[in-house]
Design a binder for this molecule. Structure first.
Ligand code: ATP
Length: 347
């Protein structure tokens, strides 16, 4: 069992404002008392007892920590320290100030494909690095793609939230999944690119059932009306990712040398410069639903692929999914420190 620091996190870090929240707790800005440096603290509530329906199992937190400890990359949120108390584990991580990539883009007047590609390239570099380390993120979606600093001339992409991530042991019994397991998440890059270019979700149906059927069948199309500004190279890129057979799908490494990302000649460069993202759709979509629908849809895709893989590879009894219930609405059982923070942030 991993041992996390048992010090009281508040002795070493001053807890600041809430930056965001997830299913199992909050993320706050924190200031290291000794140095004055700002970090983010991810406060994860633990299950009170084995039978408890609320909170996370400690072993799942350990998994997130182990994955993050093994990843050091410019495009992946860095982990600094981990503290634990009876009720919660606190991850001290790199503070990411620039917000979500999609919100940043939605504020722009227009964006050429060339500009969008600069962001995609960084996402791909992060994912490709994860693969080298045998890690699959399994929850790659717009809200987990952030920017280091949106005012920087060339802000860095930072991939966050490794709560669903999985580290594969090379050569172990995953062959039944019909491909290299860590590559199963590649299609979420296809989904994200599709949304980014068109402002539409590729598998969106009239009902949830229809959406799920479309996902399972990998049924989608490029409606000419919405893709009129999109280059054929971009469509080819997406088509090579939204492929049902995982072994046929482009890997992140292959994506990085696809001509849309890495053009081979001037003609291809010019095509990317002439093509742009459908900003009108993109803004509308972002404003109307704050990407709720696409988050859910991409999450559904991610969960589906993760389940498929882990069921095939390990047997359902070994799935270590974060399958406990969300406790966001649970106010009566908040750990003391969370309550403290809530009080101080509202005062
Ligand atoms: P989920 O329920 O989606 O699994 P989670 O509990 O694992 O979420 P995160 O997704 O890691 O939590 O973080 C929740 C939110 O906090 C993010 O959407 C983001 O807005 C914010 N956040 C997370 N990490 C950072 C960070 N390092 N710097 C700044 N903000 C962050």
């Amino acid at each position: 069992m991993a041992v996390f620091k048992l010090d009281n996190v508040e002795d070493l870090y001053e807890i600041g404002s809430v930056l965001g929240s997830g299913h199992f707790g909050q993320v706050c800005e924190v200031r290291e008392r000794a140095t004055g440096v700002l970090w983010a603290g991810k406060f994860l509530k633990l299950k009170k007892s084995a039978g408890s329906r609320l909170g996370l199992e400690r072993k799942n937190v350990e998994k997130e920590v182990e994955v993050l400890q093994g990843l050091q990359h410019q495009n992946i949120m860095a982990l600094k320290d981990v503290f634990e108390s009876r009720a919660e584990v606190v991850l001290i991580v790199e503070l990411i100030k620039g917000g979500e990539l999609f919100d940043f883009i939605a504020e722009k007047e227009n964006l050429t494909e060339t500009e969008a590609i600069e962001f995609m390239k960084q996402i791909l570099k992060g994912v490709s690095y994860m693969h080298q380390k045998n890690v699959a993120h399994f929850d790659l979606k717009p809200e987990n793609i952030m920017l280091s600093d949106k005012h920087a001339p060339n802000p860095d992409i930072k991939i966050i939230d490794f709560g669903m991530a999985y580290r594969f042991i090379q050569g172990e019994e995953y062959k039944s999944s019909g491909g290299t397991p860590q590559y199963i998440g590649e299609w979420s890059i296809g989904v994200i690119t599709y949304i980014l270019l068109s402002g539409l979700s590729p598998f969106q149906g009239e009902t949830d059932e229809e959406t799920l059927r479309n996902i399972v069948a990998m049924k989608y199309e490029f409606e000419p009306h919405h893709f009129s500004q999109t280059s054929n190279m971009a469509k080819d890129f997406i088509q090579k990712l939204l492929v049902k057979d995982q072994s046929e799908r482009m890997t992140a490494e292959e994506c990085l040398i696809h001509p849309w990302i890495k053009p081979l000649n001037r003609t291809q460069i010019a095509k990317r410069n002439r093509s742009s993202i459908n900003m009108k759709n993109f803004k509308k979509f972002n404003a109307r639903r704050k990407w709720k629908m696409s988050f859910n849809m991409v999450s559904a895709c991610n969960r589906f692929s993760r389940l498929q893989l882990l069921c095939k590879a390990r047997g359902p009894e070994q799935q270590e999914l974060r399958d406990c219930e969300s406790d966001q609405e649970d106010t009566s059982t908040k750990p003391a420190s969370l309550l403290r923070r809530r009080l101080s942030s509202s005062s």
